[in-house]
Design a protein around this ligand. Structure first.
Ligand code: NAP
Length: 283
C-alpha cells in the first residue's frame, strides 16, 4: 500500500506556521497585504480569487480585490499595477491569469515590481529560480517541494522525471528538483518512449493537463508519484493526470487529486506574500 501524500494536512501545517509569523509581524506594526486583480468574469478565475481572499483573511493578512470589466484596456490595467507598485501597504500583487485575449499578458507580468511579484512570473524572479538565488518561488512547484520535505522524501541522487515543460509548472519544477540534487529528466509532447522515460523515475511528477494520463506501465515499483494535474474525467469530476486507482498499488507514495498539490498552491502564495512583507520592511 502506498503512502498517500496528504496535501490538505501539509497545507494546514504550513498555514498554521504562516499565521503565527503574521501575528509576530503585526506586533511590529506590519500587516502583509496582497492585491488580487481579476479581469472579466471567468468562473474558474473567480473561484481561485475567492479562495485567495479567504486564505488572506484566515491568516490575518490584508487583501484587496480589483475586479475589472472584461473590456479593460492595457493602459488601464498597467496603470493600476503601477499604482499598486507604489503602495507601501501592498506587499504582493497578482493578476489572475488567463487574461482576456486583447490584453498583453507579458506586459502585465513585466509591469509588476519583482519584489511584489508573489506568483514569481516576472523575468527577474524566473532568472533567480535558474541561478538558485531567489526570494519567491512559483507557488505550485514550491508546494510540491514542501510536500516532499514534509514527508521526508529524499531527493538527492534520485532520478526525477517531470512530465510537462510549462513556464508555470514543469520548467520551475524541474529546476527546483535540480537544486535539491535530483538528476532530472523533463518530458513533453515530443518525447519519444515516454513510458520508458517515466519508468526510470524514483520521483515522477505529472504536470500534463490530461486526465488519468499516467498509467501503471509508466511507473517503477516503489516510485513516488506527484500529481499536479487538475483535470475533469469523463463524468466531469475533478481528477488528476495520474490514473490513481491503477497506479497507487505499485508506487511507494502518491499525492491524490483532489487533496494533493492543489491545497498547497494557495498556501505557498500566502508564504510568498509574508516573505514580500518582511523583505520590504527589512525584517
Ligand atoms: P500546460 O501549459 O498545458 O503544459 C502541459 C505540458 O504537458 C506541456 O509541456 C506539454 O508538452 C505536455 N504534454 C501535453 N501532452 C503530452 C503528451 N501526450 N505527452 C507528454 N507531454 C505532454 O499546462 P500547465 O499549466 O503546466 O498545467 C499542467 C496541469 O497542472 C494542468 O492539469 C493544470 O490544471 C494543473 N495545474 C495545477 C495547479 C495546482 O494548483 N494544483 C497549478 C497549475 C496547474 P509541450 O510543451 O510539448 O506542448
Amino acid at each position: 500500500m502506498a503512502i498517500i501524500i496528504d496535501g490538505k494536512a501539509v497545507s494546514a501545517a504550513t498555514r498554521e506556521a504562516i499565521k503565527n509569523e503574521v501575528a509576530e509581524l503585526k506586533e511590529k506594526g506590519v500587516t502583509p497585504g496582497l492585491a488580487v486583480i481579476i479581469v472579466g468574469d471567468d468562473p474558474a478565475s473567480r473561484v481561485y480569487v475567492n479562495n485567495k481572499k479567504k486564505a488572506c483573511a484566515e491568516l490575518g493578512m490584508l487583501s484587496e480585490e480589483y475586479a475589472l470589466p472584461a473590456e479593460t484596456t492595457n493602459e488601464e490595467l498597467l496603470g493600476l499595477i503601477n499604482e499598486l507598485n507604489g503602495r507601501k501597504d501592498i506587499n504582493g500583487i497578482l493578476c489572475q491569469l488567463p487574461l482576456p485575449r486583447h490584453l498583453d499578458e507579458k506586459a502585465v507580468i513585466n509591469a509588476i515590481a519583482p519584489e511584489k511579484d508573489v506568483d514569481a512570473f516576472h523575468p527577474v524572479n524566473v532568472g533567480g529560480i535558474m541561478t538558485g538565488d531567489y526570494s519567491f518561488l512559483p507557488c505550485t512547484p514550491a508546494g510540491v517541494m514542501q510536500m516532499l520535505k514534509h514527508y521526508d522524501i529524499q531527493t538527492a541522487g534520485k532520478h526525477c522525471v517531470v512530465i510537462g515543460r510549462s513556464n508555470i509548472v514543469g520548467k520551475p519544477m524541474a529546476m527546483l528538483m535540480l537544486h535539491a540534487n535530483a538528476t532530472v529528466t523533463i518530458c513533453h509532447s515530443r518525447t519519444v518512449n515516454l513510458a520508458e522515460e517515466c519508468k526510470r523515475a524514483d520521483i515522477l511528477i505529472a504536470a500534463v493537463g490530461k486526465p488519468k494520463f499516467v498509467t501503471p506501465d509508466m511507473v517503477k515499483e516503489g516510485a513516488v508519484v506527484i500529481d499536479v494535474g487538475m483535470d475533469r474525467d469523463e463524468n466531469g469530476k475533478l481528477c488528476g493526470d495520474v490514473d490513481f486507482d491503477a497506479v497507487e498499488p505499485i508506487c511507494g507514495a502518491i499525492s491524490p487529486v483532489p487533496g494533493g498539490v492543489g491545497p498547497m498552491t494557495i498556501s505557498m502564495l500566502m508564504r510568498n506574500t509574508l516573505t514580500a512583507a518582511k523583505l520590504q520592511n527589512n525584517l
